[in-house]
Design a protein around this ligand. Structure first.
Ligand SMILES: [Zn+2]
Length: 180
């Protein structure tokens, strides 16, 4: 049974952020998309886009985890039916240890769990982004296709005389879009 004032070892992970060249666009800020029909497009890279108005930056933020065991003095103990929480002057946790080695083993386990979680999240985010990119691509392609139809229609409307000259016996509604 631990008591207030006991010196114990606690397991901690410290995180340090660092920047890395974007693994998807290699710093070019552009992502190449190949559709099932073989058409290739390049759009703004989503991996290194932090959101907001900045746009793709070409680099991403990564976190490095350092394990740590620290000897600290218990300043308060809170026990509920489910768990016991130990408080220290700038920290709190549910598990404390007698030796530095025990604390380091648990810190390493925490690091691996965090790494696993980050990895799964990254894979999920990447799949999600790929779907978004394909959607973005399809959206622009549709915009272009619609715009081309509008242009073809507008051009035909501006060339009624030519269409009529070619085909004097055309019916009144002739010449709408069917320029070929
Ligand atoms: Zn990128």
């Amino acid at each position: 049974m631990r008591q207030i004032g006991d010196m114990v070892w606690v397991a901690r992970n410290r995180y340090q952020e660092f920047t890395q060249v974007c693994p998807d666009c290699l710093g070019t800020c552009a992502a190449e998309i190949t559709l099932a029909n073989g058409d290739k497009h390049s759009i703004a890279c989503g991996m290194c886009d932090p959101g907001g108005y900045t746009g793709s930056t070409g680099y991403i933020m990564r976190t490095q985890t350092k394990i740590e065991a620290r000897q600290m003095e218990i300043s308060a103990i809170e026990a509920t039916r489910e768990k016991t929480t130990y408080r220290f002057y700038d920290w709190s946790c549910d598990e404390v240890f007698d030796t530095e080695t025990e604390a380091l083993v648990v810190a390493e386990k925490m690091r691996l769990e965090k790494e696993d979680y980050d990895h799964k999240r990254m894979i999920w985010a990447k799949e999600h982004r790929d779907r978004t990119w394909t959607f973005e691509c399809s959206y622009y392609r549709r915009q272009i296709s619609d715009a081309k139809q509008t242009i073809a229609y507008a051009e035909a409307r501006l060339n009624i005389a030519k269409a009529k000259a070619k085909e004097p016996a055309a019916s009144p509604d002739r010449g709408e879009g069917d320029a070929a």
